[in-house]
Design a protein around this ligand. Sequence first.
Ligand code: ADP
Ligand code: ZN
Ligand code: ZN
Length: 803
Amino acid sequence: MKIASVVVDVPAKQTDRSFDYLIPDEWLETIQPGMRVVVPFGPRKIQGFVTEIKAESDFKKLREICEPMDLEPVLNQELLELGNWLTENTLCFKIYAYQAMLPAALKAKYEKKVRLSAGVLINDLPIQLQEIFTNEEAISWDEALKKGLVPILQREAAKGILEVIHLVKGKLNKKKVKFVRPLLSTADLEAELNELPQRAEKQKEVLRYFVQNPEPVELRHLLADLNISSATVKSLVEKKLLVEKFMEVYRDPYENRTFTRTEPMRLTDDQQSAIGPILSSIENNLHEVFLLYGVTGSGKTEIYLQSIQDVIGKGREAIVLVPEIALTPQMVNRFKGRFGNLVAVLHSGLSAGEKYDEWRKIQRKEVKVVVGARSAIFAPFENLGIIIIDEEHETSYKQEEMPRYHARDVAIERAQKNNCPVVLGSATPALETFARAQKGVFKLLSLPNRMNKRALPEVEIIDMREELRAGNRSMFSRKLFELLKERIEKKEQSVLFLNKRGHSSFVMCRDCGYVMNCPNCDISLTYHKVKEQMKCHYCGYESYVPNQCPECSSDYIRYFGTGTQKVEDELGKILPEAKVIRMDVDTTSQKGAHEKLLKEFHEGKADILLGTQMIAKGLDFPNITLVGVLSADTMLHLPDFRSSEKTFQLLTQVSGRAGRHELPGEVIIQTYTPEHYSVELAGTQDYLRFYNREMIMRKAHHYPPFYYLALITISHEQLMTVVSATEKIAAFVRSRLSQHAVILGPAASPIPRINNRYRYHCLIKYKREPELTKTLKTILDQYQTDPKSGLLVSIDINPFILM
Ligand code: ADP
Ligand code: ZN
Ligand code: ZN
């Protein structure tokens, strides 16, 4: 007797463990750990993951597994264990951990059907239903709804004549296409070829093709290549010379592209010294984490490519993560160009089917390298030789839903298990990362110079308060306006960048740039229009909205925020001759829109590209000679302790967009706070000084990397219920942790109400709290097992969005 431990697809506290099932004899040989199976669960049938096969169980009366859903495991042993790690470290349900590792196509879909109960005869049914159940064994719920049959079905079900069943839809939609192959040996084909009458020239041509290429070929390719009709093939099939059959093919999103092969370049001295330690780590099967710190264009990607070359040479595999938005054709080309068919690509632009097919190439070891966004960190390789994370500071590496993991942490965990290096690359590393490199936990590798020795562009910071004083109330400074006009005349291109994000609004004095900050947290207070109030979303501090600037007494202090639409309108007024392409969430929501707009801009169809942060990356067009940042401040005053860091990173990155090629570039940064260090130091692209300056702030206010954070968010339809639950939770946390931990809140979340649910949170800052995980688990146990309370509690360890 064999027993399988199964984690079932019911994300709830009570079911967040494995259940034992008997393996029926017929599946004894088949079922293995890491496979998906269909199991009975209460009255339903659901999907589950087999985590272990064992000989005994503590439970009696085990039910049997219905059937396997896979022919081979979809999770290998390492990933099964990684699931435990994820569950423990992000406090998620185990089923979510496993599902996060698989392409969406493998997520179970359930189908509700109605069928005749056992032992019931057709004649027992009302006439109206008899025909349906004569032809079909069961009718799907959707179909019943469409035909208006639900009430009558329900009546019969209540009598026990019919029953409702839930089926797991396991059938995967693999793409199959028609192939043609010869039925005879090459010699026999040649003989047949001579038998064919002279006028059957087309048919002869096909046979000649197969004499030379006996392999199966996709029908549509054959027709196109030989310029023949399907009738020609058909007649050869009827003569039993060829045979048609459906074969599975991969949906290849890059099918119609050709990639120019590139050879490794001779590394510069800087690159040599940077790659040395990585190669020796690969050579010695050592787990080490490297921070490859170098500006854009300093040759990082070439180092990635050559390290991977080494890894492949040793018969091992590589994962490369790049931010979603940077997964441009340009980036993909560089990897496909070097490693050709050995590369799989995973990003959100692919259809579910395409993603599934790319994933299977990894699963079947047909590729050696995966280049992908965050979730590619779970690529089912079994012999990893390196994990690379490019632009490692990007916040998109943190997943904001369960499991709330950071790809960097998962990378380090996997690399440890595989005894291989992790390479983190960035020009503006996350503070946490750079601090670890300074301490020697990570090894710092630097590339101080740009490859082509091209100078970084000239950056000018414009003080918008001066503009106001000079009587200019527009959102364009005089200098920026002048330069834009000049570019249009010279037929060069400009990029305008509106640094705007999210739901936050703040109040700023337009005379002196003063912004109200929380005295406790040093983050800006958020303006609440409805209540005319200023609030801190970390600690709950409240204040009135000033109608005079406390700093300079100006009356010109007000709510701040501008949309791309508004900028476009104003551009139309002041530069009516300019052709503008606007890129923001509104204009790029459709699949492919992003690429299409960029292509138009590249082809010179517009003078100005106007957009939000989505245009900060990947833009590498020779004709861009001016970059304007309209308001560097908006992100600076987000209620987020990382706002200075994000501002610095973004300004540095946008500045790098100008003058990357022959034409020199200029950058204009408009701001109301030119003296703020993250604006000033972005102007000189001085990361080290920024790092030192920002670390002082972080230390003073107990933020990472000096402290860790955990965020508990509680929501409910009743405000009073949320507030009192959050108070209780905060008190409980206080009673369990040491006095070194700082517990802030309860405070309203920056988005205080979503979907009619009020949201409150409590933020924990800590250094070493051995009781923390247990405490948080207790809280989850208590609230997740009591659905009647209506309270939803979520916990984010190392949160990135404090909203
Ligand atoms: P990064 O990834 O830091 O932005 P890249 O690796 O893309 O830098 O290098 C920038 C440019 O320099 C690319 O066009 C690349 O092809 C080129 N390059 C990189 N390494 C070398 C080298 N050793 N010799 C010549 N050109 C190089
Ligand atoms: Zn002021
Ligand atoms: Zn505060």
